[in-house]
Design a protein around this ligand. Structure first.
Ligand code: LLP
Length: 386
């Protein structure tokens, strides 16, 4: 993957930067869309994972819609050419301005998360003489067995509507002339690697949808959200997620009713493994019982290790020396600015290129300018290599 021609191309670039392997991205998308077609499912790419223009282009060209969680994401999706009838909009705190952006854009569906939100969308839609399509985001009370910060489907989480609220939701729906219920929405968490979670989700969907079907609702959309995890430990051995098993689990456990469609909102699984944060070693400093490899990339470029204790596989692209242990850290003035503790790497020297793998999702998009640091540039394999 990191052949000598690529490393020499890196030489002329200012570090740190994000590098995207477009051929891996396209292979991933090919496999994903193959599965979508096989089962006749629909997908909306979760823009929050990575909203770079080249990535959005690839998703749109592959035929995916857009899953948005802010008015600005909706506006960006529209601007980037996603068809409005493939745009969905979730989030527990949609402001009036954001709701209006989505109403003006005639998006496919609001994934609504509460009764007061339903009432507000209804009022704003009435004011604009429109009817808003909505899917109810239900909270199925399922443990996604992932990091607590990215678990969203438990009853104590702020997301979605719980079964005890269904009666009131139905009353509001009946009197809201500017809302059209088109389906149900779920999203139970992210970086889910235990596939049985998706089986449990499908089982819960079947139970929960029955309440609405009994009321006579027509649920043409069942949106299962995103959440499929990637292999952060061995990204080079497993560059593409086992989409086939994931789709098979859904297919087997969630039989469709006549006229019903399954929608998905993949983010991480499509883009994580194609992205790499590339930095250079500034200094190798002796510490107490360990050496620090101090990079020019820091937590402002990639916050996942500091925020979630996430571990990204690290490569020394410039050395084949003997393996030694390092704490790999950034230059930011925070002790949490550490990418790895006591990790084995081929001997590290000043100037070596270091790659932080699996950073295509929730990497660059979560970066910030803390310490007044510059934001990293993006480079794409098909433009860097002849
Ligand atoms: N749909 C909804 C409603 C979501 O909230 C999310 C992610 C997705 C889809 C896409 O999920 P994915 O397929 O990427 O798992 N910053 C965290 C991840 C936060 C995920 C938030 N929601 C991280 O770096 O791990």
């Amino acid at each position: 993957m990191f052949q000598p021609a690529l490393l020499s191309a890196f030489e002329s670039l200012e570090t740190p930067f994000y590098y995207y392997d477009m051929s891996l991205l396209h292979k991933t998308l090919d496999l994903y869309t193959f599965c979508l077609k096989k089962y006749g499912y629909h997908a909306h790419y979760a823009l929050k994972a990575n909203a770079n223009d080249r990535i959005l282009d690839a998703m749109r060209t592959a035929g995916l819609g857009a899953d948005c969680v802010s008015g600005n994401e909706v506006a960006l999706a529209l601007q980037s050419g996603f068809s409005p009838d493939k745009i969905v909009f979730a989030g527990v705190g949609k402001s009036d301005k954001e709701i209006k952006t989505a109403l003006e854009g005639n998006i496919f569906s609001f994934n609504v998360e509460s009764i007061p939100e339903m009432e507000r969308i209804n009022e704003l839609a009435a004011g604009m003489g429109k009817v808003a399509n909505i899917s109810l985001r239900l909270n199925p009370d399922i443990d996604a067995h992932t990091h607590k910060y990215i678990t969203t489907g438990l009853a104590q989480n702020k997301f979605g509507i719980s079964p005890w609220m269904f009666g009131e939701v139905w009353e509001v729906l009946e009197r809201s002339k500017h809302l059209a219920l088109i389906g149900l929405h779920f999203h139970v968490g992210s970086q889910i690697t235990n596939m049985s979670v998706f089986k449990t989700l499908c089982e819960r969907v079947r139970v929960l949808q029955q309440w609405f079907l009994d009321k006579g609702a027509v649920l043409s959309v069942v949106n299962l959200g995103g959440g499929l995890g990637v292999d952060y430990q061995s990204p080079l051995e497993h560059p593409i997620v086992d989409f086939a098993s994931y789709f098979d689990i859904i297919h087997k456990n969630l039989p469709l009713l006549p006229g019903q469609e399954i929608h998905l909102e993949p983010g991480r699984a499509l883009v994580a493994q194609s992205g790499f944060l590339i930095g250079r070693v500034l200094y190798v400093k002796k510490g107490k019982g360990i050496k620090f490899a101090i990079l020019d990339a820091g937590m402002n470029d990639l916050i996942r290790p500091s925020l979630y204790g996430a571990q990204h596989h690290i490569l020394n692209l410039s050395s084949a020396g003997r393996m030694m242990r390092y704490d790999v850290v950034g230059p930011v003035c925070e002790s949490s600015d550490r990418f790895a503790k006591s990790v084995l790497l081929p001997q590290v020297s000043r100037g070596d290129f270091i790659a932080l793998c699996s950073t295509g999702a929730y990497g660059q998009v979560m970066s910030m300018r803390y310490n007044q640091r510059d934001l990293a540039e993006s480079y794409y394999s098909d433009r860097l290599l002849p």
